[in-house]
Design a protein around this ligand. Structure first.
Ligand code: C2E
Ligand code: MG
Ligand code: MG
Length: 707
């Protein structure tokens, strides 16, 4: 290695020759041109000196006894420090064989005897300079490789003339390619995911065609390593004449940078505990929602959610439990949004729907995709129901409630701050209102909301405290004019509000899921009533019950029916199930299969309120329905409104052709009765015969009917 010894000012030359008469002038010539000189008289000595002193230049005679110059040269090259030393062979003969042998042995150059001493010193100096340059180059190359490795940087180039592609070892390493295989441009692109590969190739091609720079960042997939992110930049290199020569590129592993970026983004915009958006992101989203809503003249809602008495949980169960609860609540909120029909069908972080945690136990939701305030109320009710479910925290089962405030754009504010402030104050209103409820900022909306909310809350108690009763309305056979059945119609005897009709609470029960319990209770109670009448001395009639609710198939109806029939030893064909077209329309396949199972048990099925839904004909043919109940709205004006009569006649004709029994609902007058009988209806119900009555009254009707 050159300048191994820092003390050594002059370069060191080793002169190796067995002939002293030549060694002396050689040494003298070299000394004259600025070298320090050491001498060896044979190959072995030369190797020893080489090892101990590390000369910069070796002048090596070819013809020596024992170990000749070629062997010595080879041996020097075999030494660690001998790899790049300049070796000048002194050949006695000017023949090509020796010259070739000298180069083969690793010599850098040769001189032949007789030696021109002036030339020798020039050549020695020149070799030394070339050696230094080579050494420097080599060192730089190594440093560059090392630096590139440290920087996770590789380079590549395309020769614009030959189109030849080359890439560095580090580039191959980064891209998981084996350099030995001779990497092509396509190999170089191969780790890029398929859907992006073409784009990257096109961009590079374009940069080449337009002689421009490019910078692309993209992920790469490696078989044995996690996904990496690569930055690939390139530019055109022109030769001294200004002709484009190369596309020179560097690839850099920026995976860590990307991860850091992502972490920064998460820290800046997301809540660390729950992973929900934070205040900053949320407010930004509300700003956007305002712009959108203004442009499309839409409304949106902001929900402000606060857990009730959260501090108590933190204080009694500790912060860990508190944190767990907040995470669970975050999940509950996401679920409440996801299931929401009108508010969101996708995930909770969609553009039109966002949940955020503002801090502590304060959460907010932006609902952009709503049509009416009621849609926001529906989500609020869902949240309250979901959060009221029991939470398990560190083996403790706790019940939590929440208070929600709702503000609406534009009526409660046209700016983000105002909307948030008003949702917040509505939330406080909900707290003042006894917690575990929601409030709109606009007072007028609250009355309806409160009423609904109270019904849902009280209904829980109604089921537990036997406040529900069944009334029965006779179903008449129009030929015999006898009662052939009873339709069980539910009533709620509210301790304060008195008798509440089903229209006031069934839709709420359907939404809250309480309908499942109600359906079970109705089935059981109606079957029990049927048994009582059967066991008294009254005409035996069929019992019809109304079943409704979301996903009838999931309610375990078949099992409930089976056990109700068994408990009361009731014949299945004495039980009739009334369902509406709406039920048929949801989840059709599952509904068909439930109905078919009921049908297979020999139950009767009738389609209630026919003509008011969207289904009609196609449903009639595909569902196992025995009877069609023509909706009251058609019967009501059939004697005065020609159009209604047309509909009734059409329904009757259609029902007849499909072999269904036809029942008219809501007969109030003799004329209506005559008219529908005239047109071929089989059965009827209505105030004309009797309104729905309590069971004792119905017994009287049955007793009269016996006569
Ligand atoms: P629906 O099954 O079509 O019941 C017929 C409704 O029309 C009953 O109202 C009945 O009182 C009323 N009605 C009968 N004849 C006349 C008449 O001549 N004139 C007038 N103006 N009305 C008449 P109700 O009992 O208030 O029930 C309303 C709806 O609530 C029912 O419609 C049914 O869809 C639902 N419903 C009632 N009981 C239950 C139940 O136990 N479970 C379920 N899921 N829904 C029920
Ligand atoms: Mg009915
Ligand atoms: Mg009806």
């Amino acid at each position: 290695m050159i300048h191994d010894n820092p003390q050594r000012q002059k370069p060191l030359a080793l002169v190796v020759d067995d002939d002293l008469s030549l060694r002396i002038p050689m040494g003298a010539a070299l000394k004259k041109s600025g070298f320090n000189v050491i001498e060896a008289e044979n190959g072995h000595q030369a190797l020893d000196l080489f090892t101990s002193q590390g000369p910069d230049l070796v002048l090596l005679d070819v013809m020596m006894p024992e170990m000749d110059g070629f062997e010595t040269c080879t041996a020097i090259r075999g030494l660690a420090r001998g790899l790049h030393t300049q070796i000048l062979m002194v050949t006695g003969l000017d023949d090509t064989v020796s010259i070739e042998k000298a180069f083969e042995a690793g010599a850098n150059d040769f001189v032949s005897k007789p030696i021109n001493w002036t030339m020798l010193s020039h050549r020695a100096r020149y070799m030394l300079r070339a050696g230094k340059a080579f050494e420097e180059l080599n060192r730089n190359r190594n440093r560059l490789a090392k630096t590139q490795e440290l920087a996770k940087l590789g380079n590549w180039q395309i020769d614009l003339g030959t189109k030849e592609f080359n890439c560095s070892r580090e580039a191959c390493r980064l891209l998981g390619l084996t350099p030995a295989t001779g990497v092509t441009f396509l190999d170089f692109l191969s780790p890029i995911p398929k859907h992006k590969r073409e784009m990257v190739k096109n961009q590079i091609d374009k940069a080449i065609t337009e002689l421009k720079t490019f910078a692309l960042s993209y992920p790469i997939l490696l078989s044995d390593a996690p996904r990496k992110h690569i930055l690939n930049q390139g530019e055109i290199v022109f030769n001294e004449k200004g002709v484009p020569e190369l596309m020179l590129g560097v690839v850099q592993d920026i995976t860590q940078l990307k991860q850091a970026e992502e972490e920064i983004r998460l820290l800046a915009f997301y809540d660390g505990l729950t992973g929900l958006a934070n205040r900053m992101l949320f407010l930004d989203r509300v700003d956007q929602a305002i712009i959108q809503a203004k442009r499309y003249q839409r409304i949106f809602a902001l929900l402000f959610i606060n857990l009730d008495r959260f501090k108590r949980i933190n204080d009694t169960l500790g912060h860990h439990a508190g944190d767990l609860l907040l995470k669970q609540v975050a999940r509950d909120l996401s679920k409440s949004i996801r299931g929401c029909d009108s508010a969101s069908k996708g995930n909770a972080q969609r553009a039109d729907c966002m949940i955020a945690r503002l801090g502590g136990d304060e959460f907010t939701i932006l609902l952009s995709n709503i049509n009416t305030p009621e849609d926001a109320a529906l989500v609020a009710r869902r949240i309250i129901r979901k959060i009221t479910e029991v939470h398990t925290l560190d083996d403790h089962e706790i019940s939590v409630t929440t208070s929600i405030g709702i503000s609406l754009f534009p009526q409660d504010g046209e700016e983000t701050d105002t909307l948030l402030k008003n949702a917040d104050s509505a939330m406080y209103h909900a707290k003042e209102n006894g917690r575990n409820n929601y409030q709109f900022y606009t007072e007028a909306l609250n009355r309806k909301a409160m009423e609904r909310f109270n019904i849902e809350r009280d209904l829980k108690e109604a089921l537990e405290k036997d406040q529900l009763v069944l009334y029965y309305q006779p179903q008449m056979d129009l030929n015999s004019r006898k009662i052939i059945g009873a339709e069980a119609l539910i009533r709620w005897i509210h301790p304060e509000k008195g008798l509440i009709p089903p229209n006031k609470f069934i839709p709420i029960a359907e939404e809250s899921g309480q309908i499942i319990e109600i359906n079970k209770w109705v089935l059981k109670t109606a079957c029990r009533q049927n048994r009582q009448w059967r066991e008294s001395d009254l005409p035996y009639i069929r019992m019809a019950v109304n079943l409704s609710g979301y996903k009838l198939a999931d309610q375990g109806i078949v099992e409930t029916v089976t056990s109700a029939l068994e408990n009361e030893s009731m014949a299945p064909d004495s039980l009739e199930i009334e369902i509406t077209e709406n039920i048929l329309m949801q989840d059709t396949r599952a509904t068909i299969s439930t109905l078919e199972r009921l049908k297979a048990m020999n139950l009767r099925i009738s389609l209630d309120d026919f003509g008011t839904g969207y289904s009609s004909l196609s449903y009639l043919t595909s569902f196992p329905v025995d009877a069609i109940k023509i909706d009251r709205s058609f019967v009501m004006e059939c004697t005065t409104n020609e159009k209604n009569l047309v509909v009734i006649k059409a329904i009757i004709a259609m029902g007849r052709s499909l072999g269904k029994t036809l029942v008219a609902e809501g007969i109030e007058t003799e004329e209506q009765l005559e008219l529908i009988r005239h047109h071929g209806c089989d059965q009827a119900q209505g105030y004309y015969f009797s309104p729905p009555v309590p069971e004792d009254k119905f017994s009287e009707l049955l007793a009269q009917d016996r006569i």
